[in-house]
Design a protein around this ligand. Structure first.
Ligand SMILES: C[S@@+](CC[C@H](N)C(=O)[O-])C[C@H]1O[C@@H](n2cnc3c(N)ncnc32)[C@H](O)[C@@H]1O
Length: 185
């Protein structure tokens, strides 16, 4: 099954969790990863990889000594990710994004340099959004990056409350068009 079909099927089954009908475009991937300094980043966390559009790019650019912790809650996506990613730098975690700290501890890691999130925050209850944003903030090193895309500006205030600086970019070259929040701890 193609990635597009697989994505659409998961969307029909779990609309709120998956939050999109198709994988993100390469244009959105470029905008999401634009500010990351892959030379220096040693711990990268990805939340909600789906079929791995951003994961592929992160792996292409990340340092040979860097680690990538990937959180995906959907069973089908996780099964596909397990078949696809055998790179020893990657740890695939079939659990929810708010448990970042628990898995950093298990891996013996103290912090993350970057968090790349595709989670459909606007679909979540406020408590879950808060809990995930605070978990990401807590995990980040001072001045670390939090990058998040959304299809609306609905979560803007909540994101800005947690992170020190937030730049918002827009890309029409995605279905649906998306806003990228590039934040600093
Ligand atoms: C909008 S999709 C983005 C997929 C992919 N990154 C892309 O851009 O094409 C959101 C993803 O977040 C995952 N997800 C939703 N809630 C989650 C949670 N609490 N923890 C981890 N992953 C979650 C969904 O299963 C889905 O794969």
């Amino acid at each position: 099954m193609s990635k597009k079909k697989s994505f659409l099927r998961q969307f029909w089954q779990e609309k709120k969790m998956v939050g999109a009908m198709a994988p993100s475009s390469r244009f959105l991937a470029q905008k999401m990863l634009k500010d990351i300094d892959f030379e220096t980043a040693r711990v990268i966390i990805e939340l909600g990889p789906g079929t791995g559009v951003f994961t592929d790019k992160i792996l292409e650019f990340m340092h040979p000594d860097a680690r990538l912790l990937v959180f995906e809650l959907n069973d089908h996506f996780m099964e596909q990710l397990r078949k696809r990613y055998t790179d020893p730098r990657v740890r695939l975690i079939h659990d929810s994004a708010e448990k970042i700290q628990e898995y950093l501890d298990t891996e013996g890691l103290t912090h993350a340099d970057v968090v790349v999130s595709s989670l459909p925050l606007a679909n979540f209850p406020k408590e879950l959004r808060d809990s995930i944003l605070h978990a990401a903030d807590h995990a980040l090193l001072e001045n670390g990056h939090y990058v998040q895309f959304q299809y609306s500006l609905q979560s803007k205030k909540q994101i800005q409350k947690v992170f020190r600086k937030t730049k918002i970019r827009f890309t029409p070259l995605n279905f649906p068009p998306a806003f990228v929040y590039a934040c600093r701890k």
